[in-house]
Design a protein around this ligand. Structure first.
Ligand code: ASP
Length: 336
């Protein structure tokens, strides 16, 4: 086959950019059983991966554990992808630590124009552990990025033979290889014997180009007995926005309300999501702290996203200069 990609249904040579950023997929276990970063990324050095089937261009952009990843690096990855697109690349695979993978993936989903396939992957077992999933996930991600059927799906996360949309996927287990799940909606497709099969399509795509990222966008999780103290700690000039993971369908303990009002009085946008694993935040309940009153106060619902994704969306919207109803429209996810 020579330099041909031979995934089923694909018969043209595809140029795929592999951007490596670090994470367990690039690490190894040492003699003490500790998982540690390597100077040389074993995945990036592996010349056998789909050898002769795709033209793989490698960029070792970062070598970071993903808790070290920030929106600044996410923006650099986005700019690197745009540059590669302008140079005629057919698809992009990003390897990333799994802890914050969903945030980088969603940042890219929101800020890239959704033209070529962009796939993010990682590993739960480092490169020299028995049953290491890194090389396999990397190979699957390349197969997905190279397939014509993968266009127009937004940014995708490929792990453990499943294809998830970056918008809804989340890490659900600390160590299991089946950690990435899409609550409520499920994966959009599968990878089987090296080729992607799709079963769902996103009904709507929101993108927003940005050239810088702001600081001061925070995330708080509600709990029984919560009061205003954490909200009052955020009543500073540095705070630009806040996401609250409310309880249940999007409700808060009443003692939080005075602190929330003080933040709203400072014109700080506050987004409400649910801390529940499944379902969406809604304005259903009318009691002190209920969703109806919170929306009347001016909290903005961001339906279907978890707290960390809603924070990325708020950060991107604010970085783009959106305010008022434009920001609320941008944050709305569901079509109704
Ligand atoms: N702690 C690692 C990281 O996110 C976990 C992983 O990559 O799976 O970098």
């Amino acid at each position: 086959m020579g330099n041909q990609f031979v995934g089923r249904g694909v018969n043209v040579v595809k140029k795929i950019l592999a951007i490596h950023t670090g994470g367990t997929i690039s690490m190894s276990q040492n003699a003490q059983g500790e998982v540690v970063p390597n100077d040389q990324n074993p995945i990036a050095q592996d010349a056998t991966i789909l050898a002769g089937r795709v033209q793989l261009i490698t960029d070792e952009m970062f070598n970071l554990p993903s808790p070290h990843m920030t929106p600044v690096q996410m923006l650099q990855i986005k700019q690197r992808i745009l540059k590669a697109e302008a140079q005629g690349i057919d698809g992009v695979v990003i390897t990333h630590g799994t802890d914050t993978l969903e945030e980088t993936a969603y940042f890219l989903d929101l800020t890239l124009p959704n033209t070529i396939p962009v796939v993010v992957t990682g590993a739960m077992r480092s490169s020299n552990e028995v049953g290491s999933d890194g090389l396999y996930n990397f190979q699957s991600a390349i197969e997905v990025a190279a397939a014509d059927a993968s266009r127009d799906n937004g940014v995708m996360v490929v792990m453990n033979d499943e294809i998830h949309t970056a918008r809804y996927v989340t890490k659900t287990h600390t160590t299991n290889v089946a950690t990435f799940r899409t609550p409520t909606f499920g994966p959009i497709g599968l990878v089987t014997k090296g080729h992607p099969m799709y079963f769902q399509k996103l009904i709507q795509q929101t993108t927003c180009d940005i050239d810088h990222v702001i600081d001061g966008v925070y995330l708080l999780k509600a709990y029984a007995g919560m009061d205003a103290s954490l909200f009052d700690a955020l009543a500073t000039d540095q705070t630009r926005g806040l996401v609250i993971e409310g309880v249940g369908a999007g409700n808060l303990p009443p003692a939080t309300l005075p602190g929330i009002q003080r933040l709203l009085d400072r014109q700080i946008p506050i987004v409400l999501v649910s801390r529940c694993y499944n379902g969406v935040a809604e304005d259903i309940y009318d009691y002190p702290g209920g969703g109806i009153g919170l929306c009347k106060m001016g909290l903005l619902l961001c339906q279907g996203l978890n707290g960390q994704k809603a924070r990325i969306k708020l950060l991107v919207g604010l970085s783009a200069g959106l305010t008022g109803s434009a920001l609320a429209d941008f944050l709305r996810t569901a079509v109704s």
